[in-house]
Design a protein around this ligand. Structure first.
Ligand code: MG
Length: 344
């Protein structure tokens, strides 16, 4: 027994962790309640209305670098990533709780700025801060946000309702946030002086939760499954595959990529497909659509939002198979998406 290695959390990975520990809790759920496994928990409320609940943890050195990100951007982003989960359910955010562990030497002006960023987004999206907890941290800044929202229960799109043949689409360009992160990690702060660098870095620090897009898409019966892109489509599509018991084909030449990302990828020799497919934190929406209705939906989306709804792939019946194609030929993508624990 002595030589037998104990299973570690890094062996399980984030998905393995969730699968292992969610089982017992899911078994106990009353009918009509959606628990672990989607972007938000969904709880029956009043009539057709459902209560949505989501929470996220952000830790200095893991999710952000306090010395690099401005306090104002961090305040904004802490709320934004939670609102993105509400958007994925087609909901409207209402109330937030913020718990924060703060190193004693933190300057009050830093916190003033943090709340200024938070308020900017909260005011725009109608979110009220109702409470939370505050404590001293001996190990760096830790931020936990929980957001409650509401949605029409007949419109909510779950990760579990994708069907073979569905078109897979996204509501924005992919990879911008990862591009911004790469610039920041290279110490390319001076890239900010160039418009494309400034754009990518702002996409990383100030993601735009697609709340209006989410509500619009949730109201369309041809949209079947929806989630937000938080870990990159390579990772996030696997969650749809798992929940829906299907596979996916991704057509790499169809991934929507911004001119700014193309420019920086050329300059720094990045693999553009890898950045777009495996880069995280774009916080746009990923959806599957009944194939015969896709063209009509993309037209409606364009009329409403003034930009296309790019199709990037198709759902298949090959359970658990995520396959990439480039101009009709199957290829292997070099890197898969972000998994906490596994890549540290
Ligand atoms: Mg999510």
């Amino acid at each position: 027994m002595k030589n037998q290695k104990k299973l570690r959390i890094e062996d399980l990975g984030e998905f393995g962790f969730i699968a292992r520990f969610s089982r017992d809790f899911l078994k106990r759920l009353p009918a009509g309640v959606t628990g672990i496994g989607d972007d938000c928990a969904v709880i029956p409320w009043k009539g057709r209305k459902k209560l949505l609940v989501t929470t996220d943890l952000l830790i200095d050195g893991v999710h952000f670098l306090k010395e690099r990100i401005s306090a104002r951007d961090l305040g904004y982003k802490s709320l934004a990533v939670n609102l993105s989960d509400i958007a994925a359910m087609g909901g409207s955010p209402r109330w937030a709780f913020l718990s924060i562990a703060i190193p004693a030497e933190t300057e009050v002006s830093w916190l003033d700025e943090f709340f200024r960023g938070w308020r900017q987004l909260a005011a725009r999206t109608g979110v009220e801060l109702l409470g939370g907890d505050t404590t001293k941290s001996r190990a760096g800044l830790v931020i936990n946000v929980a957001v409650l929202g509401e949605a029409d229960g007949t419109h909510i799109k779950y990760r579990s309702s994708a069907r073979p043949g569905d078109i897979v689409a996204v509501t924005d360009n992919l990879g911008d946030s990862e591009g911004g992160l790469r610039l920041i990690l290279r110490g390319e702060e001076k890239s900010r002086t160039k418009p494309e660098g400034k754009y990518l870095i702002s996409r990383h620090y100030r993601p735009h939760p697609h709340l209006e897009e989410g509500r619009f898409l949730a109201g369309q019966p041809e949209v079947r499954a929806m989630m937000d892109v938080s870990d990159g489509i390579d990772s996030d599509l696997r969650r749809i595959m798992e929940r829906s018991g299907c596979g996916v084909m991704v057509f790499l030449e169809q991934l929507p990529i911004s001119p700014a990302l193309k420019k920086c990828a050329g300059r720094f020799n990045w693999n553009l497909e890898e950045v777009a497919a495996a880069g995280g934190e774009d916080y746009c929406l990923l959806l599957t659509v009944a194939p015969e209705k896709f063209t009509g939906l993309a037209e409606k989306f364009f009329r409403r939002f003034g930009r296309p709804l790019p199709a990037i792939g198709q759902i298949t019946d090959e359970k658990g198979q995520l396959r990439y194609f480039r101009n009709g030929h199957q290829v292997v993508l070099e890197k898969s998406g972000y998994d906490h624990f596994k890549h540290g």
